[in-house]
Ligand binder design. Structure first.
Ligand code: 4AD
Ligand code: MG
Length: 478
C-alpha cells in the first residue's frame, strides 16, 4: 500500500509527477460529476481530483459531497485545464466519511463570520479559518524561535495564582469549596483556609511577576501562556481567555525595552511574509474583495501585505504620554469638538484618542511612554518627576494596544510604598519584594497580546476569529 502524501507535497514536489499517489482529505467542491477539489489542511490550495464517472456507479458518485472525507489513489499528472498545474487521475476512490448535504452546514458559498462562530467545530474547514490557524501556528513558532535565537529561556509561569499581578481585580476564582455550603469563619466570611490551596486562588492575569523572578537570575526569560481576565467588555478586541507573551530582561531600561519590542514585532511581521505566503496572499485578496463593497472611508488604506511590509521596514513613532496629550489638544477633532471624551492629563487615553494618533496623525505604530502613575500598575518604575512611571504601550493601526510594558520598580522602599498606595498587603507579595532586597537591579519587560498580533498578521477584525474557541462573557461553547 502506498503511503498517504500530503496535498502540499503533491502540489509542490515535481518529482511526484507521473507517479501513483494516495491523498486523503475533505471535499471542498465537486463539479460536473468529474472534478473534485480536495483539501487536507496542509495548504490553502486544493488538489484537483479527476473522476472517471462512467466507471463509477450512481450511488457512489452521490456520496462525493462537500465535507465528505475521501481516500484517493491515482496518477499525478500535469493538468490540461486552467487553474492548476497538476491533477490526480483517479484509479481508486473510497468515501471514508459521508457528509449529508441536507445537514452539513458549510456549503461552497460565502458564510458570515457570525454564522461560522456558531459552527466553530467546523469552521477550520473553510479557507479563511484554515489560513488563520496555520498563521497562528507559524506566529507561535516564530515567537519561540526569536527568543531562542536571542538567548532567552522559556519560563512556564503558573496558571493558578494567589496574586493579582495587574491589580485590576478582574480575576476568575479557583476553588474546590462546595459553593452551596461554604465553610465560614467566626465573622461570617468564607473560610479560605479550608479551600484546596488553603488560601484564595485565581486564574492568572499575567505571568509577569514570576517572569521577573526568573529574569533576576537567568537574565533573559519569556513566558507564553494562557491568561484570564473577567472584564465584562464585549468588544472585538477583548477575550476572557487569551494568550500572552511576556519577555523580561535583567539590566534593561525603558529604551532597551522599546528597542526589544520593536525588533520583535518587526521580526514577526517579516516572518509571516516570508513563511506564510500562500495564506497571507489568500487573506490579502479576500480583504481587497471585501473592501470593494464598503464605503471609501471604511476601506483599508494599505492592503494586508502592505501593512506587514510597512511594520517590518519602518521605525515606530515614540512619544511621551504628556506630549501625546498636548498633540491631541491641538488636533483638528479636538478643536472641532469631535472627540466624545476630552483628552486630559491624568486620565487614560480613550480608543478614539489612540486611533487619531496612530491612524490619522502618525499613520504608523506608535509607542507611548511615561504615563501618569495613577492608572498604571503598581510595579512600574517611578520617574524623576514623581508623577509618571516608565511605562510603554505600543499601539498598532486597526488594532489599538498590542503591547503593554514597563521598566520595573527595582528600589525596595519605593516598591513598598507602591504596595501601600495600591492596598497590596506585603505578605501577599513577600517573594516579589525579596528580589529587591537581595541583589536588585534595573529590569524591564512587556506583554504582547498574542491574539491581537494574529489579528494584525491576518487582517481579521474580530478577536473571536483568531482563537479556535473564544471565551467571552456568556460564551464558553465548545
Ligand atoms: O497591558 P497588559 O494588561 O499588561 C500586562 O499584563 C503586563 N503584565 C505585561 C508585562 O509587562 N509583562 O496586557 C498586555 C497585552 C495588551 O497590550 C493586549 O495586547 C493584551 O495583552 N490583552 C488582551 N488581549 C485580549 N483580550 C484581553 N482581554 C486583553 N487584555 C490585554
Ligand atoms: Mg495595557
Amino acid at each position: 500500500m502506498t503511503k498517504r502524501t500530503k496535498i502540499v507535497d503533491v502540489l509542490t514536489n515535481d518529482s511526484l509527477i507521473g507517479k501513483e499517489v494516495v491523498v486523503k482529505g475533505w471535499v471542498r467542491t465537486f463539479r460536473s460529476n468529474r472534478f473534485i477539489a480536495l483539501n487536507d489542511g496542509s495548504t490553502i490550495n486544493n488538489v484537483q481530483v479527476v473522476v472517471d464517472f462512467e466507471s463509477m456507479n450512481e450511488s457512489e458518485l452521490k456520496r462525493i459531497t462537500t465535507g465528505a472525507s475521501l481516500s484517493v489513489t491515482g496518477e499525478l499528472v500535469e493538468s490540461q485545464g486552467k487553474g492548476q498545474n497538476v491533477e490526480i487521475i483517479v484509479k481508486a476512490l473510497e468515501v471514508i466519511g459521508d457528509a449529508d448535504p441536507d445537514e452539513y452546514p458549510l456549503q461552497p458559498k460565502k458564510h458570515s463570520m457570525e454564522f461560522l462562530r456558531e459552527k466553530a467545530h467546523l469552521r477550520f474547514r473553510t479557507n479563511t479559518f484554515s489560513a488563520v490557524f496555520r498563521i497562528r501556528h507559524a506566529m507561535s513558532y516564530a515567537i519561540h524561535k526569536y527568543f531562542n535565537d536571542n538567548g532567552f529561556y522559556h519560563l512556564h509561569s503558573p496558571i493558578i495564582t494567589g496574586s493579582d499581578a495587574e491589580g485590576a481585580g478582574e480575576m476568575f476564582r479557583v476553588t474546590t469549596l462546595d459553593l452551596d455550603n461554604t465553610p465560614k469563619t467566626a465573622d461570617g466570611s468564607i473560610d479560605v483556609s479550608e479551600d484546596f490551596f488553603g488560601k484564595e486562588t485565581n486564574l492568572t492575569v499575567s505571568g509577569q511577576l514570576e517572569a521577573e523572578l526568573g529574569a533576576l537570575a537567568l537574565g533573559q526569560v519569556y513566558t507564553f501562556g494562557p491568561t484570564f481576565r473577567a472584564e465584562n467588555s464585549n468588544t472585538s478586541r477583548h477575550l476572557a481567555e487569551f494568550w500572552m507573551v511576556e519577555p523580561e530582561v535583567a539590566f534593561n531600561d525603558l529604551v532597551d525595552n522599546m528597542d526589544l519590542a520593536e525588533d520583535f514585532l518587526k521580526y514577526l511581521a517579516k516572518y509571516a511574509l516570508d513563511n506564510c505566503k500562500d495564506d497571507i496572499t489568500f487573506l490579502n485578496n479576500r480583504e481587497v474583495q471585501e473592501d470593494k463593497s464598503k464605503p471609501q472611508a471604511e476601506r483599508n488604506e494599505l492592503t494586508l501585505i502592505e501593512r506587514l511590509e510597512f511594520v517590518a521596514n519602518n521605525d515606530f513613532e515614540r512619544i511621551t504620554y504628556t506630549d501625546a496629550i498636548r498633540l491631541l489638544e491641538n488636533s483638528k477633532p479636538y478643536k472641532k469638538k469631535k472627540f466624545k471624551y476630552l483628552p486630559e492629563w491624568g486620565k487614560d487615553l480613550q480608543s478614539e484618542h489612540e486611533r487619531y494618533l496612530v491612524e490619522k496623525h502618525f499613520k504608523k505604530p506608535v509607542i507611548i511612554t511615561d504615563y501618569p502613575a495613577s492608572f498604571k500598575a503598581f510595579y512600574m518604575r517611578e520617574n524623576e518627576d514623581g508623577k509618571t512611571v516608565a511605562a510603554m504601550d505600543i499601539l498598532f493601526p486597526g488594532i489599538g494596544e498590542i503591547v503593554g510594558g514597563s521598566q520595573r520598580e527595582e528600589r525596595l522602599d519605593k516598591l513598598k510604598q507602591k504596595c501601600a498606595d495600591f492596598n497590596i498587603p506585603e505578605e501577599h507579595v513577600w517573594w516579589y519584594l525579596e528580589t529587591r532586597k537581595f541583589g536588585t537591579c534595573k529590569h524591564a519587560g512587556f506583554g504582547l497580546g498574542f491574539e491581537r498580533l494574529v489579528m494584525f498578521v491576518t487582517g481579521m477584525t474580530n478577536i473571536r476569529d483568531v482563537i479556535p474557541f473564544p471565551r467571552t462573557p456568556k460564551n464558553a461553547e465548545f
